[in-house]
Design a protein around this ligand. Structure first.
Ligand SMILES: Cc1cc2nc3c(=O)[nH]c(=O)nc-3n(C[C@H](O)[C@H](O)[C@H](O)COP(=O)(O)O)c2cc1C
Length: 147
């Protein structure tokens, strides 16, 4: 089983979460910036984790474009989960849920609820404990993929 954690990140916070997830998933995992991602790198049984900051209540345009390109069953046989980074506001919108729906539309088997991680302000930093939360989430994902 190979695991790819694909992310977009303007200020580095989502990248940090992606890297903490990769560290938790172990040596078969790799963090990949959205601009470098190749869908052909995934085969049956692999894990795809997608992460984006919430920008205006939704994932970034690059992540949205990537996920649209994976529609029509291109993710059949792949296990998947999504996370976002966001500020803790009364109304913050959602990106992880939308990404999870797109992954499902692409035919992936969703193995986790959408996961939010919190930053203190638009440029960060991450709130304390969020990288530990990322490591714990990675351990949970590993159990669910049977790794
Ligand atoms: C243009 C823009 C729009 C944003 N919109 C939202 C939003 O709708 N909801 C939210 O919770 N955070 C919003 N944020 C805060 C981002 O979620 C925060 O900048 C991001 O988590 C930082 O991650 P990054 O360092 O990986 O870019 C916005 C930030 C920017 C720059």
């Amino acid at each position: 089983m190979k695991a790819l954690v694909v992310y977009d990140s303007a200020y580095g916070n989502t990248r940090q979460v992606a890297e903490a997830i990769v560290a938790g998933l172990g040596p078969q995992a790799q963090a990949v910036s959205v601009t470098d991602f190749q869908a052909t790198a995934l085969t049956e049984g692999d894990l795809l984790v997608v992460g984006s900051p919430i920008n205006g209540w939704r994932p970034t345009p690059k992540i949205t474009e990537l996920l649209s390109s994976l529609g029509d069953g291109r993710l059949a046989g792949v296990k998947a989960a999504a996370f976002d980074t966001r500020v803790r506001l009364f109304i913050h919108g959602d990106a992880a849920r939308k990404m999870t729906e797109s992954l499902k539309a692409g035919g992936a088997e969703i193995i986790s609820k959408p996961m939010p991680f919190y930053v203190k302000g638009s440029e960060g930093p991450l709130r304390s404990g969020e990288l530990d939360k990322a490591a714990a989430w990675a351990a949970d994902l590993l159990k669910r993929v049977g790794g």
